[in-house]
Design a protein around this ligand. Structure first.
Ligand code: 8Y7
Length: 273
């Protein structure tokens, strides 16, 4: 299976690792924007040297209750990082955004993948991707980051999410985005209880019927905190366990903070399979 992202043709025969690069000055206390840019670039280069196959660059936190960021602020955060990285490393860069203007600017700056937690539902987002040759990740979310963890409900969590992804896949293909450019993601933690997340992991194989590669993000997520009792900065071992399990259940791209540990764990999975 090949994931077609313009300049890059990513072979998904074995699972790939997408390293997370956050460009959010609020999480870097004082230093301000210049410091945030440089820290993000440094971190991205470290993840690339650890074996990341893709880097996912985001300028707006999608955590529950995070404050929204203006278009200009988001551009100011992510574009300098993308511009710098395209000249330094030769792996696909992904832009984590739901805003079509950010998608367009990031692609112009050299990004090869759009990672959209709103699955191209924003006005103009389908067109922004369709008129490029970038790949795209369509993710499921119930509600918005502000409200999604207030009592999420599904009739049948697996089938409801599969139906949503199937509809967004159809809309994307209809807009002119070839199926070879599309990966799908159940969106762990985005409007899901602990039980919803566990059920989705248990039944991850059933997403194969959608016929597209699956991207999974479970790294350091709250379901792993609920299971282990650990805070977010102590969820590495739980994250590795989750990565190994979803890789065995067919996930093709793993979105993670801890690239080195994940790459090693996946080598063990590959050696056994
Ligand atoms: C995911 C994601 C986040 C995910 C995809 C976090 C941006 C929250 N999670 N994108 N983004 N899938 N495709 O804890 O699971 O990393 S942000």
């Amino acid at each position: 299976m090949i994931f077609d992202c313009g300049k890059f043709q990513l072979d998904l025969t074995t699972p790939r690792v997408m390293g997370i690069v956050n460009v959010t000055p609020d999480s870097f206390s004082d230093g301000g924007k210049f410091a945030a840019t440089n820290l993000a670039i440094e971190h991205a280069l470290k993840l690339a040297s650890e074996g990341a196959d893709i880097l996912d660059i985001g300028g707006e936190s999608t955590r529950p209750n995070a404050t929204p960021v203006s278009l200009q602020e988001e551009l100011d955060r992510v574009i300098p990082v993308i511009e710098s990285l395209v000249g330094q490393i030769n792996i696909p860069l992904s832009i984590d955004t739901y805003k079509p203007q950010v998608m367009q600017a990031a692609i112009a700056a050299g990004a090869s993948i759009v990672n959209d937690v709103r699955a191209l539902q924003e006005e103009g987002a389908l067109d922004a991707v369709a008129k490029s040759d970038a790949g795209v990740c369509l993710m499921h979310m119930q509600g918005t980051p502000q409200t999604m963890q207030n009592n999420p409900h599904y009739d049948d969590v697996v089938n409801d999410i599969k139906f949503f992804l199937k509809m967004r896949l159809q809309a994307s293909i209809h807009a002119g985005i070839q199926a070879s450019r599309i990966v799908l993601d159940p969106g762990f933690g985005f409007g899901k209880t602990r039980e919803h997340n566990i059920t989705l992991i248990q039944q991850l194989e059933s997403f194969a019927t959608l016929g597209q590669p699956l991207l999974v993000g479970l790294s350091r997520k709250s379901v792993l905190g609920q299971v282990t009792g650990n805070d977010v900065d102590a969820r590495l071992y739980a994250s590795i366990a989750a990565s190994v399990i979803v890789a065995q259940k067919g996930a093709k791209i793993l979105r993670v903070h801890d690239v080195k540990a994940t790459v090693e764990a996946l080598k063990v999975v590959a050696a056994i399979q």
